[in-house]
Design a protein around this ligand. Structure first.
Ligand code: ZN
Ligand code: ZN
Length: 305
């Protein structure tokens, strides 16, 4: 695949910080959003940078599992998630404080979870197992120990797990090369995209997973969420007030009533951080919501409404 046909990503903590600073200057109205959620993006990138995809064992996947994959079963459902208990405490320490700041309504709960992980009142291994296997009873018990609700506890664990999923997706991405994936959910973790990039003259569409950041090419004329391809029910619109209106758009599907943020990336394009770019499109999101559409997958800043 010609690399020019793919999105060129900016994923370093420093590059993300620069993109955030630029956004705050370009759209001063978003500066409080940038200062609330920017540190979370940077913390996740710092953690991802510490982890090495080379240390992740790549499994041998039998033909029978590739048949399941071809039918839409995502790869992590076949292989399971990597063990991340070794790095879990450090990850919680890096991720949870900026989350507590960003979500002030549950800030005290998130801080309590972080404290309980830091002093081993909550065991890293137990937390990871409860999360990975989705043991509801354990999640409920651990949440109670930290004095919070199962939903908030699950949210905190999901936030900690994200960089690990991203690293695993990077490590596994050579495995799925050569395998077709004509689906709208992520071939790695099964989540839906929150943002898409259109590349080059032909505007090939790449979807970016909202959880593991894996990206995959997908038909421009099909809704990722419900795989509807009836053109009369698919539309997109621009933010009329944005100076970058022809580059930023939102695709909507009137069948499943969802929207997807979409960025047309001209060639040649410099590296772009899709999360920061999506943050800058909050005005378009608000328009889409105002018209009654829901996100295909929520970004961090519209997770807890
Ligand atoms: Zn994913
Ligand atoms: Zn749809």
């Amino acid at each position: 695949m010609n690399q020019n046909e793919r999105i060129c990503h900016e994923k370093t903590p420093k590059g993300i910080q620069t993109a955030l600073d630029d956004l705050a200057v370009r759209k001063p109205g978003l500066s409080s959003l940038v200062s609330a959620f920017g540190p979370v993006l940077v913390a996740k990138a710092e953690l991802t940078e510490r982890l090495s995809e080379d240390e992740i064992n790549k499994p041998d996947i039998p033909e029978s599992d590739w048949i399941r994959f071809s039918k839409g079963v995502h790869l992590f459902a076949i292989t399971g998630l990597m063990d991340f208990q070794k790095e879990f405490k450090q990850a919680a320490h890096m991720i949870l404080p900026p989350i507590a700041e960003a979500f002030s309504g549950i800030g005290a709960d998130i801080e309590a979870i972080e404290r309980n992980i830091a002093d081993d009142s909550l065991d890293a291994d137990d937390c990871v197992q409860a999360f990975v296997k989705n043991y509801t009873r354990n999640i409920t018990a651990f949440a109670a120990r930290a004095g919070t609700s199962p939903d908030i506890f699950r949210f905190a664990l999901a936030q900690i797990a994200e960089p690990f999923k991203e690293i695993q997706a990077r490590a596994f991405s050579p495995l799925i090369e050569g395998h077709q994936w004509p689906h709208g959910h992520c071939p790695m973790c099964g989540s839906f995209p929150a943002v898409a990039g259109l590349i080059g003259e032909g505007e090939a569409r790449w979807l970016q997973c909202s959880v593991c950041a894996h990206e995959w090419r997908f038909s421009r004329h099909t809704c990722p969420r419900c795989e509807n391809n009836e053109q009369s029910s698919l539309e997109y619109f621009f933010d009329q007030d944005s100076p970058a209106k022809d580059e930023e758009r939102v695709s909507v599907c009137k069948l499943c009533n969802t929207y997807l943020l979409t960025i047309a990336l001209r060639q040649p394009t410099g590296p772009v951080n899709m999360d920061v770019a999506a943050m800058g499109m909050i005005g378009l999101e608000n328009q889409a919501r105002g018209k009654g559409f829901s996100p295909q997958a929520a970004m961090l800043w519209n997770l807890m409404e």
